[in-house]
Write a protein that binds this ligand. Structure first.
Ligand code: FAD
Length: 465
């Protein structure tokens, strides 16, 4: 064919981009397009840090395309209108894109494909987002997996494809009358440090290189220590496809633990694909009648990192500062919201989506439902003790001190429970509990019992129905 469109969405890269590669193989000229989707931008869970990361990655992508004899067209509106209209104007015979598995994306892509077919233009979706497609593995009975370990075994044994080379020549820049759409206006939240990230494909590759040279070897031990840079920090790049999972796997496959974490990402896509209702509801139907508490004051204290539980607060401040939080601390803060504050996990899920640069429906929802014990995790109710987690994973309190300057002078023996300091000790370290740093807003031992009762009641109520 003479002209094809490649519709970029969450695949903002030239290397190992399956649909883009297919387009280039089949067309003399490939016109790449990105559409700022008003339906997504107006969603209440779309946060400025994520839009910022996307806009910056897109800007770099536009330059890369220009250096390769092409031009990235940027439009704004509804994809089902914009993409077919552009394809028609440019005389494209087909539109290529990489499949996405979120409920909204599935519906959107079906609408775009239909609108294209009405205009006689072919839709060419490709499998690209995951190493193993959500439908490519199943239990022996042919059902989707709801338990990670057997999923992992099947996933690990499934056939894999190798990364494709980068597209080096788009075959000519498209001439277009309309100016490109500007990125949406965003105002980054106060406290968010843009310097924490360099968005885009080149930075993603540099990050992968440095992690595989220095970090991967110690990943199994380092990954649970929030005070050290022990994980890859590739999550926002994977979210926006600045790097492909195949490229990451190729570099990191020697570390089984790391490969397993990539599989967790894929497991949650598998779950979302087969049970799209998890985006709204508890996966465990028994938990759908849970009576969550509601307290704006407790929710605000959690969001602001002022709960009086240092590891929780440090995590929430890291989230605000970097738009990212260490996985161990994501688990602790999520457990705290649901099991200690008894607030609905959807409130936490929404707050994470609004603040994370890597906010991604499948792993975020999976992580929240895991922490809330409402999801696919088969284990009985787990309740993290935030103090023990802190002692175990941040023994010297280095992570706590980095994010909570008010605890800077607190001696190591009190760093996990500063409220136990005597008034003299508080005075001598310059941290007055209740003034400089809050006393615990709830009592963990009591809230643990309350959580046990709440979950038992939800299960009991379901049984009686
Ligand atoms: C409550 C909660 C919310 C979460 N929300 C998100 C989210 O919105 N977006 C997101 O990408 N991840 C989310 N995670 C998973 C995990 O915390 C992050 O992927 C990880 O912290 C990213 O850091 P990294 O790239 O350095 O990870 P690494 O440890 O270097 O792992 C490499 C990659 O594997 C994947 N991965 C690692 N751990 C997990 C996991 N537990 N579940 C799923 N995938 C994983 C990620 O793609 C990650 O980039 C969430 C976890 C929890 C408990």
């Amino acid at each position: 064919m003479k002209v094809a469109l490649h519709w970029f969405r969450r695949d903002l890269r030239l290397a190992d981009n399956t649909a883009l590669w297919n387009a280039r193989a089949q067309a003399e000229r490939v016109v790449p397009v990105f559409c700022w989707d008003d339906a997504i931008l107006s969603r209440p869970d779309v946060g400025a840090p994520r839009v910022w990361f996307l806009a910056e990655s897109l800007a770099e992508l536009g330059q890369s395309v220009e250096q390769r004899n092409g031009r990235l067209i940027v439009v704004r509106g509804r994809p089902e209108t914009e993409i077919p209209a552009l394809a028609k104007t440019l005389g494209a015979e087909a539109v290529f894109w990489n499949s996405d598995y979120e409920p909204y994306a599935r519906e959107r892509d079906a609408r775009v494909a239909e609108a294209l077919s009405e205009k006689g233009i072919a839709a060419r979706p490709a499998a690209d987002l995951l190493l193993v497609e959500p439908d490519a593995v199943a239990t022996q009975a042919g059902a989707p997996f709801s338990v990670f370990t057997p999923f992992y075994r099947a996933w690990d044994a499934a056939p894999r494809v190798s990364p494709l080379p980068a597209v080096e020549d788009f075959g000519g820049a498209a001439v277009r009358q309309r100016p490109d759409a500007d990125p949406p206006e965003i105002s980054l939240p106060a406290g968010f440090d843009e310097a924490a990230w360099v968005p885009g494909e080149s930075a993603a590759n540099e990050r992968l290189e440095s992690f595989s040279d220095d970090g991967l070897g110690d990943y199994a031990e380092g990954r649970d220590r929030p005070a050290i840079d022990g994980t890859s920090r590739l999550s926002p790049y994977l979210k926006f496809g600045c790097i492909s999972p195949r490229t990451v796997l190729e570099k990191c496959r020697e570390n089984a633990k790391f490969v397993q974490e990539l599989a967790w990402r894929e497991f949650y896509f598998h779950v979302l694909w087969h049970w799209p209702e998890v985006a709204e509801k508890e996966w465990q139907s028994a938990m759908r009648g849970m009576e969550w508490d509601s307290s704006e004051a407790l929710l605000d204290a959690w969001k602001q990192g002022r709960t009086g539980y240092p590891l929780v607060d440090a995590g929430m401040r890291q989230l605000a500062g970097e738009g990212w939080m260490h996985n161990r601390v994501r688990m602790v803060t999520a457990s705290f919201l649901t099991k200690d504050l008894h607030l609905d996990w959807r409130l936490g899920e929404r707050h994470f989506m609004l603040t994370l640069v890597d906010g991604d429906l499948a792993p975020n929802n999976g992580g929240w439902q895991w922490a809330a014990s409402t999801g696919v995790d088969p284990r009985p109710l787990r309740i993290f003790n935030p103090w023990l987690q802190s002692e175990r994973y941040d023994p010297e309190g280095a992570y706590i001190r980095r994010w909570l300057p008010e605890l800077q002078g607190v001696p190591a023996k009190h760093i996990h429970r500063p409220h136990l300091m005597t008034p003299e000790e508080q005075g001598s370290c310059g941290c007055r509990i209740g003034v400089d740093y809050p006393a615990p807003i709830v009592d963990h031992a009591e809230e643990r019992l309350a959580a046990l009762a709440m979950y038992a009641a939800a299960k009991g109520a379901k049984r009686q129905q």
